[in-house]
Design a protein around this ligand. Structure first.
Ligand code: PMP
Ligand code: GLN
Length: 379
């Protein structure tokens, strides 16, 4: 019998709900992935590079042109310069980037602050490396950060603070003022920041994404993580990236080289060609805002109480007017009986806090959303 390193961990909620959706022939608005086609231009580039025999190991840091384009993007959008040689690395998805940042930083008994509800990858990874998670709950129901609590919970042992902005699952985004508060608090500590910004190009209502890359005074303690899966509707390619100042990146690469070494080669070349045209990602906001609005309009005809959605492709809703069940049972019932799969919010809390909220993914064809809304209208 193996002595489990993660005795309290079971299969991730995303696999559980996707499987339940499949078994029950339900529409999957649970796991976050688009159901529409990837742009054929990108697929053509991928075919080109794999047939032209770009099929051997990519450089450990990632394909150079892709790193140069990322460097240019950060200079242009956030006025923050990262040297493509020493400060940018391509990874096998944002997941591997996050895992690797945590493996780079965390020693046994280091404390890591995580805001809940939290994406489910952070906590177990911290624990794998002997770290201790210090959770801070976002203030319900607006899901804002309690900066006073943050100040209280930071200790000499705080090695890392994980921040996901725009936030999965709440759909909330941080303001410029929030970032200033973070900068002030963190500059008085020795903590590092892991800024999971995979939804950076999905913010709504003209609100601008505030990247931690902009915080000059603490830049030497910040890791920024992104995902091409979210950017170009290719979650199955599993390509992401990390940006961090030279000294941090040096240590990151020591772990990365023995983790995956390098990332899928033809995809990186294809992405580099595709990314040359910034139009391919700068209109993502508008594209998803239309879907958000379409879905909200339909959901308003039901008894769900919709929570604000400022970013990401997730919309949350309170179902208390529809059922007394706990959120896991409600999401299960919705999948089995009404044929729409969602994610119960309690899965994003260590202590399984349940406010009767479920998360819908609206990165779907309008016809899929329409079918789901029709089913939900029967509730
Ligand atoms: N962080 C967040 C907040 C996510 O929602 C996801 C899921 N896409 C990831 C990281 C992982 O991204 P990837 O699929 O590129 O590994
Ligand atoms: N990020 C996706 C979500 O929040 C899921 C990714 C996964 O299944 N690991 O739904």
């Amino acid at each position: 019998m193996i002595k489990s390193k993660l005795p309290h961990v079971s299969t991730t909620i995303f696999s559980v709900m996707s499987q339940l959706a499949q078994e029950n022939n339900a529409i999957n608005l649970a796991q976050g992935f688009p159901d529409f086609n990837t742009d054929s231009e990108l697929i053509t580039r991928l075919n080109y590079y794999s047939t032209q025999n770009y099929n051997q190991y990519a450089p450990m840091f990632g394909v150079e042109k892709l790193r140069i384009l990322l460097s240019e993007k950060f200079t242009k959008l956030y006025q923050s310069d990262y040297d493509f040689q020493n400060e940018i690395n391509i990874t096998s998805g944002a997941s591997q980037a996050i895992f690797n940042v945590i493996s780079t930083l965390i020693h046994p008994n280091d404390e890591v602050i995580i805001f809940e509800p939290a994406y489910d990858l952070y906590q177990p990874t911290v624990e794998l490396f002997g770290g201790k998670v210090v959770p801070i709950k976002l203030k319900h129901p607006e899901y804002s950060i309690d900066f006073e609590e943050l100040k209280q919970k930071i200790s000499a042992k705080t090695k890392l603070i994980v921040i996901n902005n725009p936030n999965n699952p709440t759909g909330r985004i941080l303001s410029e003022e929030d970032l200033k508060q973070f900068e002030k608090i963190i500059s008085e500590t020795n903590a590092y920041i892991l800024a999971d910004e995979v939804y950076e190009h999905i913010t709504f209502d003209e609100k601008k994404h505030q990247s931690f890359a902009q915080l000059k005074s603490i830049k030497d303690r910040v890791f920024i993580v992104g995902s091409f899966g979210k950017l170009f509707h290719i979650t199955g390619w599993k390509i992401g990236y990390v940006l961090a100042e030279k000294e941090l990146m040096k240590e990151f690469r020591k772990c990365h080289q023995f983790n995956v070494f390098s990332t899928h080669t033809p995809s990186q070349y294809a992405l580099a060609d595709y990314m040359e045209n910034a139009e391919h990602y700068l209109h993502l906001n508008q594209f998803f805002q239309e879907k958000r609005d379409f879905f909200i309009e339909g959901l308003q005809q039901t008894k769900f109480e919709i929570l604000p959605c400022e970013g990401t492709y997730f919309l949350s809703a309170n179902y208390a007017k529809l059922s007394d069940l706990n959120d896991v049972d409600f999401a299960t019932k919705l999948t089995k009986e009404y044929k729409v799969a969602t994610i119960p919010f309690s899965a994003f809390y260590q202590d399984k806090t349940d406010h009767n909220i479920i998360r819908f993914c609206f990165a779907k064809k309008n016809e899929t959303l329409e079918q789901a809304l029709e089913k939900l209208s029967k509730l």
